[in-house]
Design a protein around this ligand. Structure first.
Ligand code: PMP
Length: 354
């Protein structure tokens, strides 16, 4: 049975990655042991971390100035780990959505936060580029893709201070100059792997300037010294991420995925724009290529539309509980045919009800 999985996260993963990671739980690399039964300090596991690190650097074109970490605590822990390691006095943030807002809330516990732009009073439907980053800030924090409302930063500002970016919902989806960032973090459950692991990519020379004691687990430098195995890591999630990174390269890397993601998103936005029954509320230039949100113009048709897509084995199309409406998350592993299928359903709905 074909299921079209539009879940926002945890979400669709490449079939071959799911299959291989499932096999590894029964018998890892023909060893007769499960991946879940081997030591995180064994040669076999160290090879996995090494391979995943190597692949991230190659895919993102990063040199050894950057360290790659595989941590726990989700992106949520990064909301405090970032200021713990980088904030002496004051940092600047963009308030572009629910998660960005949470990042700001946590950072305020560590020092002063200057919010350079907030989209809150416009329901986060656009992201301004019209702000100035003072150069005396400790860092600048932004969220590249706002998973709930469906906006995406298409350009990043130029600044002399470190740019910290939450890429949880669009990492590995497009080509960027990743060297412009001082620190990137992404929790795993969308384009990378199973939940329970966060990738942190940090330029080593931005660390070590902080004038306070940092608890060991919260200290990036200690994780770098310990090669992400300060404590027992999420072995399964790291293995699955390594498989996904291999899949990304086999697909043709970020250039291919970017083109494919643009194609899927354009098809869907075009349909929403021309369909009489639906609308998208995001400013054109900020529409996300990962999370496409849309609403019925007439709310009373909701029951009928829900009945229709649910009957067709489409899952995960409900909008976020704060927002309502619909959200099609079309991450890297979601096939083009699923987008085409959803469009057919929307067309059929229009034929029946408009
Ligand atoms: N930032 C963004 C952009 C997200 O989409 C999410 C989760 N969906 C988070 C942060 C929080 O991640 P976690 O649940 O792993 O802490």
């Amino acid at each position: 049975m074909k299921i079209h999985n539009f879940n926002a996260g945890p979400s669709v993963l490449p079939k071959e990655v799911v299959k291989k990671s499932a096999q590894s739980i029964i018998n890892f690399n023909g060893s007769g042991l499960s991946l879940l039964e081997i030591s995180h300090r064994s040669i076999d596991f160290l090879e996995i971390i090494e391979k995943a690190t190597f692949l991230i650097k190659r895919i993102m074109n990063l040199n050894d100035d950057y360290a790659i970490l595989f941590l726990q605590g989700g992106a949520t822990l990064q909301f405090s780990m970032v200021p713990y390691n980088l904030m002496n006095q004051e940092a600047s943030y963009l308030d572009t959505g629910f998660w960005a807002h949470n990042a700001i809330k946590e950072a305020k516990k560590f020092g002063k936060v200057k919010v350079l732009f907030s989209g809150k009073n416009k329901n986060y439907t656009y992201i301004s580029t019209n702000y100035h980053i003072p150069c005396d800030m400790d860092y600048f924090h932004c969220t590249s893709n706002n998973t709930i409302v469906g906006t995406q930063m298409k350009i990043f500002p130029r600044t002399s201070i470190p740019i910290v970016c939450d890429m949880s919902s669009d990492i590995f989806s497009r080509k960027l100059d990743f060297c412009q960032f001082g620190l990137i973090y992404a929790s795993a459950q969308k384009n990378v792997s199973s939940a329970g692991m966060t990738i942190v990519i940090v330029k080593k020379n931005i660390l070590g300037t902080i004038r306070k004691n940092i608890p060991s687990y919260m200290d990036y430098k200690i994780h770098i010294q310990n090669n992400s195995i300060l404590n027992t890591p999420n072995v399964f999630s790291i293995y699955t991420s390594m498989l996904t990174l291999k899949w990304i390269e086999n697909q043709g890397g970020l250039s291919f995925l970017e083109k494919n993601n643009q194609k899927k998103a354009k098809l869907l936005y075009d349909e929403i724009d021309q369909n009489n029954l639906f609308e998208n509320k995001i400013h054109q230039e900020n529409r996300s290529n990962m999370n496409v949100t849309f609403f019925l113009k007439e709310k009373n048709l909701e029951k009928e539309f829900n009945k229709m897509w649910k009957k067709e084995n489409i899952v995960g199309l409900d909008g976020h509980r704060y927002l309502g409406g619909y959200r099609a998350s079309i991450y890297n592993a979601l096939p083009l045919e699923s987008v085409q299928f959803l469009i057919e359903i929307m067309k059929e709905f229009e034929r029946k009800f408009s």
